[in-house]
Unconditional design. Structure first.
Length: 294
């Protein structure tokens, strides 16, 4: 691992330990995710991908039209590094809890037998082919969300590296302020309040963060104060669920302003599933893709 990966590993460990101390109910799942995140950082060092080039002309059109830099389908993925990581994540998942121990061996079996191809799985994530995951999960008698989850997290090191490289093409002068990621066009998975109350959205696919306005629904562009509100629990004042009455979707917000501990957005996303349950009990829909719904 390089210096940067080691720094990330230290930060992840601190963030995980802090959340575990605050919310012991998440201990088991966070133990698993911690191993998974560390495996991803390790894999990042082995990933080999060609940088994606965006011609000057195309770039200026994209900027003018507020288009994201690329489509999800255009990400480059190191298949062999991702497949090795897929195997590792499956091993970790089987040891993690009963639900995963039931679903994941069927995926491993199919990979061994060749009835499931890792590279097909990766391309179906890039193409967001929901029907494929329905059918594959049915054939393998496994869980669709878990199948998408292991596939996505195995490709994540390639996706993150692509996104880091592509970030050099972003216009640093003009704030993006859209509801979709400036790099890949995906919806946000989480909203984060940072210093001075600036609001950032975290991409559900490539992990890019971008700044946006405070009163705004990223899923339908609604910015009317009367139809946007939020709820929170008294015990957790640093977390809230932002709700849009127009599209009936919600997004979780982490207010990091008063937090005295290390914060990792993905760790926050995983350790706030109780907020998703509350929102879903109210008939609200999450705007996030299947690979993050496990
Ligand atoms: Zn993105
Ligand atoms: Zn909305």
């Amino acid at each position: 691992m390089g210096e940067k990966e080691i720094a990330t590993v230290v930060q992840i460990k601190k963030a995980v330990a802090a959340v575990k101390a605050e919310r012991p109910a998440y201990e088991e799942i966070l133990d698993f995710y911690e191993k998974l995140f560390l495996a991803q950082e390790e894999a990042k060092g082995r990933v080999q991908i060609e940088p994606i080039q965006i011609p000057e002309k195309l770039l200026s059109v994209k900027r003018e039209e507020n288009f994201p830099l690329i489509d999800k389908a255009d990400f480059t993925v190191d298949i062999s590094a991702s497949e090795a990581l897929l195997r590792k994540i499956c091993r970790l998942a089987i040891e993690a809890n009963e639900v995963l121990a039931e679903a994941v061996p069927k995926i491993v079996d199919a990979l061994d037998k060749g009835t499931l191809g890792a590279s097909a799985l990766f391309s179906k994530i890039l193409g967001e082919d929901d029907a494929y995951f329905d059918e594959a999960a049915r054939n393998l008698e496994t869980d669709k969300k878990i199948l998408a989850f292991v596939a996505y997290f195995s490709m994540k090191p390639s996706i993150s590296l692509c996104a880091e490289q592509l970030a050099t093409y972003l216009d640093k002068e003009t704030p993006w302020e859209k509801g979709y990621c400036p790099i890949c066009g995906s919806p946000p998975a989480l909203s984060i309040l940072r210093d001075e109350g600036a609001r950032f959205l975290l991409c559900s696919f490539c992990g890019r963060e971008w700044q946006t306005t405070r009163i705004y629904c990223p899923f339908c562009d609604n910015n009317d104060q009367n139809t946007l509100h939020y709820f929170f629990s008294e015990e957790e004042k640093d977390y809230r669920v932002n709700v849009c009455d127009e599209c009936k979707k919600y997004i979780k917000t982490v207010d990091t302003r008063k937090m005295k501990r290390p914060v990792d957005p993905f760790v926050e996303q995983i350790s706030t599933l109780h907020l998703d349950l509350l929102a879903q009990e109210q008939g609200l829909e999450s705007g996030i893709p299947i690979w993050l719904q496990m």
